[in-house]
Design a protein around this ligand. Structure first.
Ligand SMILES: Cc1ncc(COP(=O)(O)O)c(C=O)c1O
Length: 539
């Protein structure tokens, strides 16, 4: 390549990067490493947006009332969590990152809700204090049909493979059925089993590199594909993902890069991004203002996927559709069916395991092959002690059988219309009450957006929990409903949701100075960060 051509491809790559920090992995990591810790003392905790004194007092009173309620209602659950926390790294992490760090310690001290639960049934969870909570976590998306469904899958699946037991390295006959069904569902030739979505994606990328003999993978800004370093090149991983290009989602500039470069092995697409293109999973720990945006435009996304497919065909780039989260949730034939697209490799996981851990790849024969007939020493190795574990395969067998029944198939009739109507109904109620909260949905996956600038939206998760609604640790950014939510259950959730928002409003958290904007909030925080770097321990 001439140096001019090199410069042009370089410039095109720069132009295809999303302008946010998530689009610039190295810079994001560098900046993240510069952010100093500081926190608000009790006085400032309630006053970080300079409210009038009576608002600060209302917030404090509301917070303390909530703290008292948490102490009483979640006593055992909190005690267990506190005792276990010292030994569970994951718990320490998730607990620390539920809210922006400036507020975190005070919130943890008073509103720690507890991580332990003892039972599930219907759409409810019961904690160690006997509180019944509506489950809005969806168990990270695994819970598509309700926990009782998965209990049955595990029970029946275990019975089916029980005689063989945990024999590894050879297959129980249920595997043959699973493979047959997965080939039908995916429309692809071959299947491989892994232990998690992360591992399935690792293998998909490895195969793409092996068969194309190209090093680079393309992911789109904000998309999660598991926690392997190559697909998580920014904040969160200390590894330099030198072979990863993070490009702007739904952008012509990105297609141009794919069309021009010759080093790209594969493109990874996570269809949940259709709800919030170019933004990461919307965790409340990053909810410093009301800038969280979302909106799902199916026709636009379909158009984007079609154009992406065409470029991949043109350049022989492997298109990997990561359906680990959305697979089976949008349609029985998965995101391929829902968006009318054919991928070269599809990754499934989560719900497909029938409640047990799983990652699956389905792919075109020539891409799934792990050796070369003409060069026997050149192989693409992938194993895993627990791959095709009989109990997982048994539960998957049940899952795949059950989704053939009319009881399950009926759930998919008008599925989007059902969930969008529910979202609209809730939004109308919120609007009618003058509350600055709205929900946006991609079928049964919802995200909560806030309609006026505020520094305290992350408090909403605690009001929701007080009303008996359980969220995952990332908070109000991702609600995942199971499809067994009946109208009655949903109405109860909606009532509680509105009650929580009203209580939060009455406690003054959404007071806002008319001159405040999301931008002014972010600028204010930036000033605090700079001041903290220059004059540590000011507060
Ligand atoms: C789209 C997507 N891909 C991959 C993964 C990783 O799956 P696992 O957590 O099973 O490793 C996830 C997990 O949330 C996911 O949502």
């Amino acid at each position: 390549m001439t140096s001019l051509a090199k410069l042009r491809t370089r410039l095109e790559l720069s132009r295809a990067k999303h302008r946010s920090l998530s689009g610039h992995a190295r810079m994001a990591r560098r900046i993240a490493s510069l952010v100093p810790f500081y926190e608000y003392d009790q006085e400032h905790f309630f006053r970080s947006d300079d409210p009038p004194e009576d608002i600060a007092k209302r917030r404090r009173a509301g917070f303390m009332r909530l703290a008292e309620l948490y102490r009483e209602r979640f006593e055992q659950t909190r005690r267990w969590t506190q005792d276990a926390k010292e030994g569970i790294s994951d718990l320490q992490f998730t607990d620390a990152y539920r809210v922006p760090f400036q507020y975190s310690r005070f919130v943890r001290e008073h509103l720690g809700a507890g991580a332990f639960v003892q039972s599930s049934s219907g759409v409810n969870l019961v904690d160690l204090d006997g509180n019944s909570l509506f489950d809005l976590t969806g168990s990270y998306g695994v819970n598509l049909f309700g926990y009782d469904f998965y209990k049955r899958c595990i029970e029946r699946g275990s019975a089916r493979v029980g005689e063989l037991g945990p024999v590894l390295g050879s297959y129980h006959p249920v595997v043959a059925y699973n493979v047959k069904r997965l080939r039908e569902i995916s429309g692809l030739d071959e299947v491989s089993f892994h232990m998690s979505g992360t591992e399935a994606i690792m293998q998909a990328v490895r195969l793409a590199r092996y068969h194309t003999n190209r090093p680079r993978l393309v992911r789109f800004c904000g998309a999660y594909h598991g926690w392997w370093g190559d697909v998580q090149p920014g904040v969160g991983s200390p590894e330099q993902a030198r072979d990863t290009y993070t490009l702007t989602d739904m952008s012509e500039n990105s297609l141009r890069v794919l069309r021009r470069r010759r080093d790209i092995a594969c493109v990874l697409v996570n269809p949940v991004q259709a709800l919030h293109p170019n933004a990461a999973a919307p965790a409340d720990s990053a909810l410093v203002d009301s800038g969280r945006g979302a909106g799902f435009d199916r026709a636009r996304y379909v158009d984007w996927l079609k154009r992406l497919r065409a470029v991949c065909d043109e350049r022989h780039i492997v298109l990997i559709l990561d359906e680990v989260l959305v697979g089976f949730r949008l349609a029985l034939g998965g995101a391929q069916e829902y968006f009318g697209i054919r991928a070269d490799i599809v990754a499934y996981g989560k719900t497909l395991g029938g409640g047990l851990p799983i990652g699956v790849l389905c792919g075109r024969r020539e891409l799934m092959k792990r050796y070369r007939d003409d060069r026997p020493a050149d192989v693409c190795f992938a194993r895993g002690t627990f791959n095709s574990h009989p109990y997982v395969m048994g539960a998957m067998h049940e899952f795949l059988q059950q989704i053939e029944t009319s009881a399950i198939r009926d759930l998919y009739v008008n599925l989007d219309a059902v969930w969008s109507e529910r979202a609209d109904r809730l939004n109308r109620r919120l609007q009618g009450e003058g509350l600055p909260v709205q929900v946006v949905n991609l079928s049964s996956i919802w995200t909560i957006c806030y309609t006026q600038p505020s520094r305290y939206n992350w408090m909403f998760q605690y009001y929701l929990r007080a009303e008996g609604l359980a969220l995952s640790w990332i908070g109000t950014g991702r609600i995942i409903f199971s499809l067994n939510y009946a109208e009655r259950d949903f109405d109860a959730v909606a009532d509680r949701f509105v009650a929580a928002a009203k209580a939060m409003g009455q406690d003054g958290w959404w007071w806002s100075n008319p001159s405040t904007t999301n931008k002014s909030i972010r600028r204010h925080i930036l000033r605090e960060i700079i001041a903290q770097r220059l004059l540590p321990n000011r507060r």
